[in-house]
Design a protein around this ligand. Structure first.
Ligand SMILES: N[C@@H](CCC(=O)N[C@@H](CS)C(=O)NCC(=O)O)C(=O)O
Length: 206
């Protein structure tokens, strides 16, 4: 299996962490995102959305979308379980993962595309919206506060154990902190306790 990857990008990191948790052997191929390799006809044949990561299976099929890739890997390697082992766990992990993608990742994504790093990379090729960034910055911090309140009563994003939802949240918080200028406030102690717990796992280095 081969993963089309970009080391500094957060979505491929989600899949790399998942792979590390599973202990699967995968070949990694770096994509030249700055050079636009992910928008070439060859790449679009693998993922019509022109986004990274993409997994190439041993049979030469391609799967894009981080969660779809992880779902495929979980079907191939069921243990350790990261998507849910009982019907209620399956539902709750999916619920929290979707909440994190739709309510946190989209806000961070809006702040990112309208922020200074993309302004530099895109060099005028992309019209930015400072008002959208202001709103999404605020919403991100509000969501961090909500997570902090929720994590007072549970150790991990979807309950008592580490799952896909923790990978989604950790990669979001790390990307937002390091590259988007959206680090959670220091006083969000439950959020930071959770962050320390998940960052201590060897897979977090992936
Ligand atoms: N929903 C997709 C998002 C993938 C995504 O946005 N990847 C970024 C890198 S982290 C990318 O390829 N950006 C380039 C672009 O959108 O043109 C997933 O979960 O894999």
């Amino acid at each position: 299996m081969k993963l089309f990857d970009v080391t500094v990008a957060p979505n491929p990191r989600r899949v790399r962490i998942f792979i590390a948790e599973k202990g699967i052997e995968v070949e990694y191929q770096q994509v030249d995102m700055r050079g636009g390799e992910h928008k070439t006809p060859d790449f679009l044949r693998m993922n019509p959305s022109g986004k990274i990561p993409v997994l190439e299976t041993d049979n030469g099929e391609h799967i894009g979308e981080s969660v779809a890739i992880c779902r495929y890997l979980e079907a191939l390697h069921p243990e350790p379980n990261l998507f849910g082992a009982t019907p209620v766990e399956l539902g709750q992990i999916e619920m929290y993962n979707r909440i994190l993608e739709l309510e946190l990742w989209t806000q961070i994504g809006t702040s990112w595309v309208n922020g200074p790093v993309v302004a530099q990379i895109a060099a005028g090729r992309f019209k930015q919206n400072p008002q959208a960034k202001e709103t999404s910055d605020k919403n991100t911090h509000l969501f961090y506060e909500r997570l902090n309140r929720e994590l007072k009563d549970r150790s991990y994003m979807a309950g008592k154990r580490f799952t896909l939802a923790d990978i989604t949240a950790m990669t979001a918080v790390d990307f937002a902190s390091e590259l988007v200028g959206l680090k959670p406030e220091e006083n969000l102690e439950h959020l930071w306790d959770w962050h320390e717990r998940v960052s201590a796992r060897p897979s977090a280095k992936a």
